[in-house]
Write a protein that binds this ligand. Sequence first.
Ligand code: ATP
Length: 495
Amino acid sequence: MAKTNNDEQFKNVISHAKEYGFVFQSSEIYDGLSAVYDYGQLGAELKNNIKTYWWKSMVQMHENIVGIDSAIFMHPKVWKASGHVDGFSDPMIDNKDSNKRYRADQLLEDKITRYEKDGKTDKAAKLQADMDEALKAENLPQLKVLIEEHEIACPVSGTKNWTDVRQFNLMFSTQFGAMAEGAEEVYLRPETAQGIFVNFLNVQKSGRMKIPFGIAQIGKAFRNEVIARQFIMRMREFEQMEMQFFVRPGEEMKWFEYWKEARLKWHTALGTDPVKYKYHDHAKLAHYANAATDIEFEFPFGFKEVEGIHSRTDFDLTQHQEFSGKKMQYFDNDLNAEGKPYGNYIPYVIETSIGLDRMFLLTMIGAFEEQDLSEGEKTDSRIVLHLHPCLAPIKAAILPLTKKDGLPEKAKTIMDNLKLDYNVVYEEKDSIGKRYRRQDAIGTPFCITIDHQTLEDDTVTIRHRDSMEQQRIDIKDLEQLIANKVSWKNLLRQS
Ligand code: ATP
């Protein structure tokens, strides 16, 4: 089989995701809605499994982390306090010939990548430094100067006929109340973190939490991205898995290092090749942060952020204290006991923030393989998703060899038992080879075949997805064999 390049591989993953019911374009029959996607029958399962993995490793595995589920709508003042009303914007620029809109910083980033690819590392470094400086100073005219100086053309029209660079706020707003008139403007949250900050005292008090402790949350977030592309990489409606870890002031760097390491371990425990991951420490920090790093994954279009780990100081809680007039302080008994002169402080925060949809994409890309199975003259191939068994949407397929002789009935009894624990499917159509291939393509770790021998001695053939090895085992041993592979226990132990 010919080797596919990165672009092709990415396209193949996207079409595979659609063909097998993982991801569909939203409102597809109406030609879709830009950068909005729906998860299909298998996608919803995979997504839930990723969530479960994250939630368990955060909440179940840490005695001092609890999870909440806060509302998408929040008081408008929240977004004033957080800085999103005034500062959550991207610099955008339009090409006057194609009428296409771009993020100015991304046009420059793409140019830097191109310089690097062409071996022009000095040029790349210089442009990076110039861009960082302009972004830091919020010098929009300078961003345009850089775009012109480096002769960046619109990928669509091919011209360099650009508008000025302008700021564009990414928050979606809507009206609260039945009547638009006089109703208050509210926002769809652009991150889940603020729902955690505003509940800091509620959770701390009702849960009698002692610092250091964390609050985790999984939920939808909305951003009116200037350009949305690369499938589910950058969406306008997406999901985040965020955890805010509250610590003593002065101890944040220790915890920042702890979470940096812990989060990468969570990723690699899934079996993804570690060379596909790297940290990208931020040289340029947000005004409230004193350290930040991204965990990047090597997507077919380059290393890109999947998760951010940020040391946010006491910025958010201090802002909410100021805007709400409610004290956000924590009384640290232990500090008093240690004889320190004070016990009250606003905690510092380490945030871990991962995009669920990006994690989904990463998982699909990492798992996808077009495998050549040709032997001698005989050409053969299969598409296989090497999903970690804990993440696989379906754990086992139950396949009677034929549709008669009582095999379906026997298969159904096996199915009825296994489905109490797992998602399993039953399939009797097509040849056994075709059925195996279909399960390989959706990442099912086990195929269980029921044949005539099964009726005689209660044994079945179990086929392993990755090795394609087949084993004859007693029906009574099936449950344990599957459990050993799909149990969260093994994964959580490594994460
Ligand atoms: P980017 O630089 O890619 O826009 P960001 O730095 O704005 O990301 P954060 O605000 O730190 O992202 O959000 C945390 C995580 O949420 C990101 O690491 C990413 O996985 C995810 N995320 C952010 N924006 C989107 C989006 N538009 N679509 C899908 N996932 C997103």
